[in-house]
Ligand binder design. Sequence first.
Ligand code: 0PR
Length: 374
Amino acid sequence: MNQKGLPEKEVLTLLSEAMKKDTSYDKVLSAMCTRPHPIAVKAHMQFIGSNMGDFGLFPGTKELEQSVIKMMGDMLGDANACGYITTGGTESNIQALRAARNMSKKRHPNVIVPASAHFSFDKISNLLGIEFRKASLDHEFKVDMDSVEALIDDNTIALVGVAGSTEFGQIDPIDKLAKLALANNLFLHVDAAFGGFVIPFLDKKYDFDFSIKGVNSITADPHKMGMSTIPSGGLLFREESCLLPLEIDTPYLTIRAQHSLTGTRSGAAVAAAYAVMMHLGMEGYRRIVKRCIKMTDRLVEGVQEFRIEPLIEPVMNIVALDIPDLENVRKKLRKKGWTTSITRAPRAMRLIIMPHLREEALEQFISDLGECLK
Ligand code: 0PR
């Protein structure tokens, strides 16, 4: 650090220089985050100093958090759900399975996740000392129920289903997982980090949330399709009793106990999530999802002209395209400014059609892809 501070103007110039090196979202097709809604940015700035780690000092922000959880619970099938605003999908998944582990009495617990589960579950395995067993997928990349059933043993404590998988945007058969969980007295966690703010707004209805008996917890992230600022994830439990195994005494704070993984935690993220949900309402999110799906359909139709097919018919605004000479094509697209991603198995080009993508940009992408395939 310099002994003497720099004038504000100089610091701001340094920041602008750094920002020039960052990628603008305009041509990003690989991200599950997007430009936050302007009202979320305003709310975030307004509450920038608020700390939910010591919410006795910030009872107003705490009320906003309770409202956010209520709105999310309502959207996800149970307005009485409880929980809190986390830093994102990773923290929510950690905390859900930590609660499940703490409630179980097993000495060598295992959890069954679909092979499609996000890499945050590998972190959890390492952190919590839980064995994670990966169930195979069917031909549509949904978890195979026979595989899940075969992996359950006396030490299994929980099942995980994904609603909006990271790579394919696929939805596991949560109703079947719930039946299996209930029959075997297992905790069921649904990772809807991405799908939580998409599936409720699709024309086709899917069973994936608290409306299914047997679902104990859900991850759904405001900082993905919720259009809010980073870092904001949502962790919801059906029963308040699930929060108890996460409780820690905090004798020297203004509050007696904490349930979050982090100590100090952003009240700005809470205010931002509240503002954008209040402002958009269900109708606003439906409009945003509808537009993303329309663009996804247009993308598929566009690439079919080059005889490129998606691996599955897209369920939401995520597409995996079967592209010959994939790495070479991605490199060429990169030179034209496009950021794309991949799926692990089978290898395909993974594209996420987020709200930041404009219609003209999509047409440009389709045409650039056509060029790069030549
Ligand atoms: N669960 C699912 C289903 C996810 O897709 C993700 C993230 C997580 C959990 C973890 O969420 P956090 O990253 O909030 O902890 N999926 C994306 C991924 O890893 C996140 C992402 C976002 C990636 C923006 C790139 C990016 O630019 O691919």
